[in-house]
Design a protein around this ligand. Structure first.
Ligand SMILES: [Zn+2]
Length: 114
C-alpha cells in the first residue's frame, strides 16, 4: 500500500475514533439519566433501555479496540498486511473496511471455521 493511501485511511480511522468516543460518552450519559423508578412498567422499560445502551456501548468499545489495533499497525508498518498469511490485503477491502486484519481468502477460511 502506498503512503498516501495509508495516510488517507489513518485519517479515517482517527475521525472514526473521535466519533465513536463521543457516541460512547453520550450513551453513558443516557444510561446515567435513566430513572430506575416509577411503576413496574416504567421500571422494566428503563431496564430494557439501559440494556440496549450497554449493548451499543459494548459494540462501540470493541470497534474502538479494532481501530486502536489498526493505528498501532500503522505505527509498526504492518498495516494492510494479512495477519494470517502475511500478504497485502486487497486495497479495495482496506478502503471499505480500514480495520480489516485478513485478506479475503483468509477471512473466508476463518469464517468457515476450518
Ligand atoms: Zn491472508
Amino acid at each position: 500500500m502506498d503512503t498516501a493511501t495509508i495516510e488517507e485511511l489513518k485519517e479515517r480511522l482517527l475521525n472514526l475514533k473521535k466519533e465513536i468516543n463521543s457516541r460512547i460518552k453520550k450513551n453513558l450519559e443516557k444510561v446515567n439519566s435513566l430513572q430506575l423508578k416509577g411503576d413496574e412498567g416504567d421500571f422494566s422499560s428503563a431496564v430494557y433501555s439501559r440494556q440496549v445502551l450497554y449493548d451499543l456501548i459494548e459494540k462501540d468499545r470493541n470497534h474502538l479496540k479494532e481501530i486502536e489495533e489498526s493505528l498501532y499497525d500503522i505505527e509498526k508498518n504492518t498495516y494492510g498486511k494479512c495477519k494470517r498469511c502475511g500478504k497485502e490485503i486487497e486495497i479495495e477491502r482496506m478502503k471499505s473496511k480500514p480495520t480489516a486484519k485478513y485478506c479475503i481468502s483468509c477471512r473466508r477460511v476463518i469464517e468457515s471455521g476450518k
